[in-house]
Each structure stands twice: as structure tokens, then as C-alpha cells.
Design a binder for this molecule. Structure first.
Ligand SMILES: [Zn+2]
Ligand SMILES: [Zn+2]
Length: 281
């Protein structure tokens, strides 16, 4: 399994020099398992991922499963700018998300319409299917995806991707403090190899003025990784006002409590070596 981070910022893209070592694009993470492509969220990092897929696949068709946690801008804004969606009918994107508040098809059509955007979804030549994905388990051939609700205004889903090579968990946009949701996030993260978790605020910022905004902080991220038995913690969804120096400091502080912590950075890759199937001869 190879995990690559294309967008790590929360709330809004931040194209400012002091943020660029960690990166300014909003949420988008790509996971490869064998030949298969899984994408988590479509923030502005989805555009650069699209460019990279185009370059890699050349004339061959691109197929991907795309999991959308919720519809806030920082998780969908890259969709209109993802080149492979427009290129050719052979490209195949399967979007999975909950339609509890609205379907993704509606959201995309509304986002890509006058006066907000001059190109409509009908210009997308690629096949794009929408699958309703409510909490539960979906087997997708060689992997299984489990989803649970997180604690966030207007709702957000966390995802757990179980593969032969290990378990990847993507749980962002989650505020601690609600017993059921706290339980959900620990259940998702249980025994994971890699846990990507919302660490938008500093604990002191959260306490002083960010309660009820739907996000977490690095101290809670450390609690989640330790209480769930996940192996590695990746701090994610960095606050737009946190520059590189601030995130460096957060990582250092978090490592005082748990050694296997790093902060997501654009372009960063994590590789879990391929394991042989237990059924293989
Ligand atoms: Zn967000
Ligand atoms: Zn959000």
C-alpha cells in the first residue's frame, strides 16, 4: 500500500511562503493498493493529483474510487479542476459519500453552475458514478471500507480502508467531547497501521475560542492513537493560520507523548510493504 498526500490544509487553501513546506492545498489523500486507486476527499489537492494521474496513465484509462467525507469547500473544491474527469469516456470515477443532507451529484451540479463557475458537470466526459455510502461496511473487491459518522457541523464521515497490506484510516473534521463520536473514531482507528487525524487547532486555541467549530487538536490526536492501538499517527487538516514553524513545534510536542507521529505534508508518501496473501501457496 502506498499513501500519498496531495492536500493537507484545512478550511481554505493557503498559498503563502511560510506555509509551503507542509503545503497549501486542501484535503486530498491518494492510496494505492496494487493497481487500484483510492482517493479520500477532493480539496484543491485533487487538481494536482489529477495532473499526476494523467501523466502516469498517458493513453491508458484511469479508474478510481473516491470517498468524500462531507461537502464543505475544503473537501470538494478540487472537483471542477480535476483534468481526468474531462478527458475521455474511458476514465471511470466512482464517488462514494453519504447523501444524508444532499447527494454529491446535486452538490457538484450546484457548485458548477452560474454564477459560481462557467463549466457544468455535463462537460465531464469521464464516467462518474455516485454511490450512496452510509455508515457500515462496503466490500470493494480486494479491499473493504468501513465508515462511521464523526462530530462535525452538517456531518462528516470517517473511513477505514482494510487491505491485505494493512489498514489505513482517514478521520478528519472531528471534534472531541461527544461520547458516541469519540467511540466511533476509536473504533475506526482500532489497530490501524496509519491513522490520518484532524489536528487543526492547538489545544489552547481550541479551549479558548474554537469549541463547537468541529475540529480537533494534536493532544486529542495523541489520545486517539494511544487508546485505539493504531501504530502511526499523521496529523492532518492543518489550520490556515499555522505556518511551518508552528506545525514543526506541534510534531515535537506530540512526540513527547507518542513517538510515531508526523504531520502530513504535500507530496509525502508512506509505504506499507506488500504482504503475501495467507492463501497463497
Ligand atoms: Zn475540512
Ligand atoms: Zn468540514
Amino acid at each position: 500500500m502506498r499513501i500519498k498526500f496531495w492536500g493537507v490544509r484545512g478550511s481554505t487553501p493557503t498559498a503563502q511562503a511560510e506555509n509551503l513546506r507542509y503545503g497549501g492545498n486542501t484535503s486530498c489523500v491518494e492510496v494505492r493498493v496494487g493497481q487500484n486507486v483510492y482517493i479520500f476527499d477532493c480539496g484543491t489537492g485533487f487538481r494536482t493529483l489529477g495532473n499526476s494521474l494523467r501523466e502516469e496513465f498517458g493513453e491508458s484509462p484511469i479508474a478510481a474510487h473516491v470517498f468524500v467525507s462531507h461537502f464543505h469547500w475544503d473537501h470538494i473544491q478540487g472537483i471542477p479542476f480535476c483534468g481526468p474527469l474531462y478527458d475521455r469516456a474511458e476514465n471511470d470515477f466512482r464517488f462514494h459519500c453519504s447523501s444524508r443532507t444532499r447527494t454529491l451529484k446535486q452538490v457538484m451540479q450546484e457548485q458548477m453552475s452560474a454564477p459560481y463557475f462557467p463549466v457544468e458537470t455535463k462537460e465531464m466526459k469521464a464516467r462518474h458514478h455516485y454511490h450512496d455510502f452510509d455508515p457500515g461496511t462496503v466490500p470493494l473487491g480486494e479491499v473493504t471500507v468501513r465508515a462511521l459518522w464523526l462530530n462535525h457541523p452538517q456531518g462528516c464521515m470517517g473511513f477505514r480502508l482494510e487491505t491485505r497490506d494493512g489498514i489505513f484510516v482517514y478521520a478528519t473534521d472531528n471534534e472531541p467531547g461527544d461520547a458516541q463520536f469519540d467511540k466511533n473514531v476509536r473504533k475506526l482507528a482500532e489497530g490501524a497501521d496509519v491513522l490520518v487525524y484532524d489536528a487543526q487547532y492547538l489545544p489552547e486555541e481550541y479551549e479558548a475560542r474554537r469549541r463547537g467549530w468541529g475540529h480537533s487538536h494534536w493532544r486529542e490526536a495523541v489520545n486517539v492513537v494511544m487508546q485505539s492501538g493504531a501504530k502511526e499517527l499523521v496529523l492532518f487538516h492543518h489550520d490556515p493560520d499555522h505556518d511551518d514553524a508552528c506545525i514543526d513545534k506541534v510534531v515535537k510536542q506530540a512526540r513527547n507523548y507518542y513517538p510515531k507521529v508526523r504531520a502530513a505534508a504535500e507530496g509525502m508518501e508512506i509505504v506499507l510493504p506488500a504482504r503475501k496473501s495467507q492463501f497463497a501457496p
